[in-house]
Design a protein around this ligand. Structure first.
Ligand code: UT7
Length: 322
């Protein structure tokens, strides 16, 4: 059995904020942001626009793209670190918003690695027979947890959501199958202080603000992403020359570039959207995937490598044949 992707979709809030607009608020510049990160603009959610609103819009687009209705879905799983409420899950709000009346819904929290985690989890649900069709979403409103006076972090992130629909289908068991071919997950809580939010229900009873030791996270990212990419390819029995696309977490163009170089992959085979979206955490991979599918770059049968790292530290990679 394989978890095969039937379709995808995404949603970006209407408001686009340029680097120049940020430079009017904090001591930064378009030159610095572009040179250090590759980011040129990001979308920011409107007042009152919640993570579940973004997630539901992306989910609706993915269902439409897959030619399915709410009655076809057994489970909704949402990766987010910026839920609407501490509880219940954002996924249950999405389930309700989409008119899904049966099955189950829950969130997974692995920050920027969230989409790899939720994909691995949904794959497990399908392989164990607990669901036949799953709506898998990554959605974030990081603008709500940014310290807008901290130039080292506020220029890096944006809001958005991306979604895919997975369906249980029979495969041959080899790497030529369509669907999720393999996943590898890792975390190490010793690195909590490198990237965290300074609040939470059980500590400060506030939402808190994002804090990051950017240079240190960068150092871990370059090594760990290349390692986990190699690991998942070895597990599935493919090599870099078999890949059609890398769809990486979109945090920093320099990290994306360094990882591609370590895998000897040309940048023509890497989907890059960081210039338009900034870092949208768990939403970044499904957003990039959906944009590339819409542009006709990713086609049925293409082999995709996805990889991500973020707070925890938590990181992982997945191979999916589209
Ligand atoms: O998605 C989760 C995973 N997160 C990541 O992958 C992020 C990983 N880290 C990074 O992407 C990079 O480390 C950053 C983009 C955050 C920073 O780039 P960097 O090349 O590592 O710069 P830096 O932190 O070493 O800072 C260099 C200089 C510093 O000034 P001094 O100490 O050299 O005088 C900073 O104060 O740049 C300064 N700086 C800025 N200057 C203008 C920091 N932020 C800004 C800014 N505008 N926005």
């Amino acid at each position: 059995m394989r978890a095969v992707a039937l379709g995808c979709g995404h949603y970006l809030p209407e408001r686009v904020v340029s680097n120049d607009e940020l430079a009017a608020q904090v001591d930064t510049s378009d030159e610095w942001i572009v040179a250090r990160t590759g980011i040129r603009r990001r979308h920011i959610a409107a007042e009152g626009e919640k993570t579940s609103d973004l997630a539901a819009a992306a989910g609706r687009a993915a269902l439409e793209n897959a030619g399915l209705g709410p009655e076809d879905i057994d489970a909704v799983v949402v990766a987010t670190a910026t839920p609407d409420q501490t509880f219940p899950s954002t996924a249950t709000r999405v389930q309700h918003a989409l008119g899904i009346k049966r099955g189950f819904a829950y969130d997974i929290q692995a920050v920027c690695a969230g989409f790899i985690y939720v994909l691995a989890n949904a794959n497990g649900l399908i392989l164990s027979g607990q669901a036949k069709r799953i709506l898998v979403i990554g959605a974030e409103t990081f603008s709500r947890i940014l310290d807008w006076d901290d130039r080292a972090t506020c220029v890096l992130f944006g809001d958005g959501a991306g979604a895919i629909v997975l369906e249980a289908q029979e495969g041959d068991g080899g790497p030529a199958d369509r669907g999720v071919l393999g996943t590898c997950l890792h975390s190490d809580g010793a690195y909590n202080d490198l990237l965290y939010v300074s609040g939470g229900p059980s500590t400060t009873q506030t939402a808190g603000f994002l804090r990051m030791e950017g240079r240190e996270v960068f150092r871990h990212a370059v090594v760990k992403l290349a390692d986990v990419a190699e690991e998942v390819m070895e597990k599935v029995g493919v090599g870099p020359t078999d890949l059609d696309w890398i769809v990486p977490h979109q945090a920093n163009l320099r990290i994306i570039d360094a990882t591609a170089r370590k895998l000897s992959m040309s940048m023509d085979k890497v989907v890059v959207t960081v210039q338009d979206h900034g870092n949208t955490s768990a939403a970044s991979i499904p957003l990039a995937l959906s944009v590339a599918v819409d542009e006709g770059r990713i086609r049925p049968g293409d082999l995709l490598l996805m990889e991500a790292i973020g707070g925890g530290l938590a990181w992982g990679a997945a191979l999916l044949r589209w």
